[in-house]
Design a protein around this ligand. Structure first.
Ligand SMILES: Nc1nc2c(c(=O)[nH]1)N[C@H]1C(S)=C(S)[C@@H](COP(=O)(O)OP(=O)(O)OC[C@H]3O[C@@H](n4cnc5c(=O)[nH]c(N)nc54)[C@H](O)[C@@H]3O)O[C@H]1N2
Ligand SMILES: Nc1nc2c(c(=O)[nH]1)N[C@H]1C(S)=C(S)[C@@H](COP(=O)(O)OP(=O)(O)OC[C@H]3O[C@@H](n4cnc5c(=O)[nH]c(N)nc54)[C@H](O)[C@@H]3O)O[C@H]1N2
Ligand code: SF4
Ligand SMILES: [Mo]
Length: 709
């Protein structure tokens, strides 16, 4: 007779950190439901969580190391795999130098405490400057604003949506994405609560989204022009004396405000109307309502970060919230107070940006990394410092970074490649060895990152729900093995005493130490005793203490942003005119997708094809496009053929394709995904289109030509 058991854990799939209730019969998962007793997520869950069962049971999932041979992929032992990887890496570095190996860390790194806590030491042990990650296809502008304004890249303010009276959402679709740089499980009910207490929610987006449908007002905006709207709003706040610094009066140098007045002077409303395509009356109403609301918060995500002026946009959002008295205050933008807090009050602010430049294109370093939009050219361009080998972890850059076709070609040219991943997919198929870690329900969880970004303070530790299969390894164990070999500290398993093994650092130990140093007096045991999680209350005012600037002031106008305004003003009107004749491509997310990697779950991909080109009826008619038939979408980088979806939910002049599809490449093993392949949007996004200030990829607002296919 098998026993039944009910277990609780945090869902590791997206930023929302929902609590799950999982029932098991023996080792078989019977059900996955929302944990009603989780004080933060209150029983909320989305369809992806149920697919954790599919991932756990997926016959395509890799569990043991495999090596590419002339006879195809062969399983090899862990020892053989670790030795070969490290020997090869050492050989390549001896021949070409340390920077010849590049690393790429993808999104799930941040959702696995083993990977986020142990991969940095591995990368350090490799001693390469060629570090890449999904950060530069995503939130890099937020980090740059955090570093320059408040002193730390993790000081990214969160919209206090549980208490705000006016939520302005720009370029985010939290009803589909479940929130980003805003951990807010059950965002739909949190949004409804704003309306129920008499507040208002406004969405600004080139597409009428799932979030727009729940908001009070939707405003169409021409892609990549939000920066003009923000500048116009800030100008109005300054000109009309709507500035209310409140308790931040002492945190802001008045000379900075004067400087800002001069900088924003050229951005008058006429210019904003012309650039954004939004009517003047609508802009005026928005400014008035935002400034007059008892509390208001402007929040911008992917649609504002991954555009040509992403850095400026995220800086300006902070400025708008600060000037209108909506910063570090209930209902405004606030800093969370995580129980495991890596930001020390004694730390000095340090600008980890632009300290060196990429070899080929001269894009700036950030946080010790290079922009991912430069990865392919750094492999393909010969010369001193060329990348010859690659280590990817939790990433699928062939589908998730701009111009994936070029990157694929670059990967084929490498002398050696290793991937730490659970699938043989569009990226890992180029590896020589794949090292798969245990994943999902088999691993413990403490959210090291997303408590910094949560709309409420809480803490939760989850034990593994299921034991990992015998002979498999946790991600941190794999990193430890690689690190000890790289550092020449490895002793063969047979000769290493068990006591030495026991002394090995585990992620649990790090979390325990982190909690001990934290502000709440929590121990790991406390969290183990409370499997639903511990509520630590609403967000608190944290300024000026939380600022790492020596003078404890907010740097309202960092020089790099002031300077970048010139780039905005000098933006060639010729380029703009030629772009206007093209359509502008933007992305979209769907509740049942998770970037590129969950399409091997039948329950998530079944139903009608979601990988379509959304286009306005008038734009479709002009090009002779018919609903359901194919179109060809072309850009400087490449072209794809994709079914047309004609809809008025997208504004004229704009088309939308979801990213993460394109499972039609040779050499992968994801049978369900391959049967629902779609095409990759990133075969037309352009690696040369970046926010030149930050180096962040501009995957939104890509000029394309569309014809019937
Ligand atoms: N055009 C366009 N491109 C985009 C975006 C967009 O909006 N539009 N969004 C961007 C954003 S925000 C992001 S974050 C990136 C994401 O880009 P990536 O992180 O590069 O891509 P993912 O699809 O998230 O790939 C995750 C990989 O991790 C593997 N994996 C899953 N779980 C585990 C695990 O437990 N351990 C290990 N080792 N591997 C695991 C999966 O098999 C998969 O290979 O894409 C970016 N690309
Ligand atoms: N279901 C699901 N959830 C996810 C993910 C997923 O793939 N699927 N991915 C996770 C990840 S890695 C991330 S980073 C988050 C992202 O979370 P979000 O940022 O909320 O997600 P997106 O759907 O990319 O939302 C971007 C919005 O910006 C709009 N947009 C595009 N260009 C512009 C522009 O120029 N201006 C304005 N104002 N809007 C613009 C798009 O139409 C879109 O609605 O989601 C996370 N959650
Ligand atoms: S919203 Fe995110 S965290 Fe919550 S159940 Fe869905 S995937 Fe998991
Ligand atoms: Mo992301």
């Amino acid at each position: 007779m098998t026993s039944t058991a009910t277990k609780y854990r945090t869902c590791p799939l997206c930023e929302a950190m929902c609590g799950l209730e999982i029932t098991l019969e023996g080792t078989t998962i019977q059900s996955i439901k929302g944990d009603k007793k989780d004080p933060f997520s209150r029983g909320h869950i989305c369809p992806k969580a149920v697919a954790l069962k599919d991932i756990h049971e997926d016959p395509d999932r890799l569990k043991f190391p495999i090596k590419k041979t002339e006879d195809g992929w062969q399983q090899i032992s862990w020892e053989e795999a670790f030795d070969e990887v490290v020997n090869k890496f050492k050989e390549i570095q001896a021949k070409y130098g340390e920077n010849a190996i590049a690393t790429y860390n993808g999104n799930p790194t941040v959702h696995n405490y083993g990977s986020i806590l142990f991969s940095p030491n591995f990368i350090r042990a490799l001693k390469t400057k060629n570090r890449f990650s999904a950060t530069s296809v995503d939130q890099l502008p937020h980090h740059l604003a955090g570093m320059t304004m408040f002193g730390h890249p993790l000081l990214m303010p969160v919209p206090d949506i549980d208490r705000t009276d006016f939520w302005l959402i720009m370029g985010a679709n939290p009803i589909a994405s479940n929130g980003s740089i805003m951990t807010a499980p059950d965002v739909a009910n949190r949004l409804k609560a704003i309306q129920q207490r008499g507040g208002k929610v406004v969405v600004i987006d080139p597409r009428f989204t799932e979030t727009s449908a729940k908001a009070d007002q939707h405003i169409f905006i021409r892609p990549a022009t939000d920066v003009w709207l923000l500048l116009g709003m800030i100008r109005a706040v300054l000109v009309r004396d709507w500035v209310r610094l409140g308790h931040l009066e002492d945190c802001i140098n008045p000379a900075e405000i004067e400087k800002l007045k001069l900088l924003v002077a050229p951005f008058h409303i006429g210019k904003v109307v012309q650039k954004t395509g939004i009517e003047e009356a609508i802009i005026r109403q928005l400014m008035k309502e935002f400034s007059e609301a008892p509390s208001a918060v402007c929040y911008g995500r992917m649609g504002l970060s991954t555009v040509k002026f992403g850095g400026l946009s995220q800086w300006l959002i902070n400025v708008l919230n600060i000037l209108t008295g909506n910063f570090d205050k209930a209902g405004g933008a606030m800093f969370a107070s995580p129980a495991f807090d890596m930001i020390r009050p004694t730390q000095k602010s340090q600008l980890k940006f632009g300290r060196w430049k990429s070899r080929v294109r001269g894009l700036p370093e950030h946080l010790g990394e290079m922009p991912s939009a430069t990865l392919a050219e750094e492999i393909l361009t010969e010369g001193e410092g060329q990348i010859k080998a690659m280590f990817t972890c939790c990433g699928n850059p062939v589908l998730s970074t701009p111009n994936g076709t070029q990157l694929e070609k670059a990967f084929q040219q490498l002398e050696y490649m290793v991937s730490m991943d659970i699938y043989l997919n569009e990226t890992t198929c180029h590896a020589d060895i794949i090292l798969p870690p245990a994943t999902g329900l088999e691993v413990g969880h403490y959210d090291v990152t997303f408590h910094y970004l949560a709309v409420r303070n809480s803490a939760k530790f989850s034990q593994p729900v299921l034991e990992k299969e015998e002979g498999t390894k946790y991600d941190w164990e794999i990193f430890t093995e690689l690190i000890t070999r790289l550092q020449g500290l490895h002793t063969p398993a047979s000769s290493s005493p068990t006591s030495a093994k026991k002394l090995r650092l585990t992620p649990e130990m790090i979390v325990e130490a982190g909690l001990k140093n934290g502000a709440y007096n929590l121990t790991l045991q406390d969290l183990k005793d409370n499997p639903h999680g511990v509520d630590l209350g609403p967000l608190q005012s944290r300024l000026p203490d939380r600022l790492l600037m020596e003078d404890k002031k907010i740097k309202l106008v960092p020089d790099i942003f002031a300077k970048d305004l010139q780039r905005l003003l000098q933006q060639g009107s010729k380029q703009e005119e030629s772009d206007k004749r093209k359509l502008l491509l933007i992305g979209r997310r769907h509740l049942r997708s998770n970037n590129s990697w969950m399409h091997n779950s039948e329950r998530l991909v079944k139903g009608k094809n979601r990988c379509t080109l959304m286009i306005h009826p008038k734009d479709a008619r002009k090009r002779g496009l018919l609903h359901g038939e194919n179109a060809i979408v072309m850009s400087r980088a490449g072209s794809i053929k994709i079914p047309v979806e004609i809809t008025e939910k997208i504004m004229r002049g704009v088309v939308s394709i979801p990213h993460g599809w394109g499972h039609n490449r040779k050499g992968t093993k994801q049978r369900v995904a391959e049967a629902h392949a779609g095409v990759s949007m990133n075969d037309v996004t352009d690696e040369l289109l970046v926010d030149e200030l930050t180096g962040n990829a501009a995957v939104n607002g890509v000029p394309v030509v569309v014809i019937a296919g």
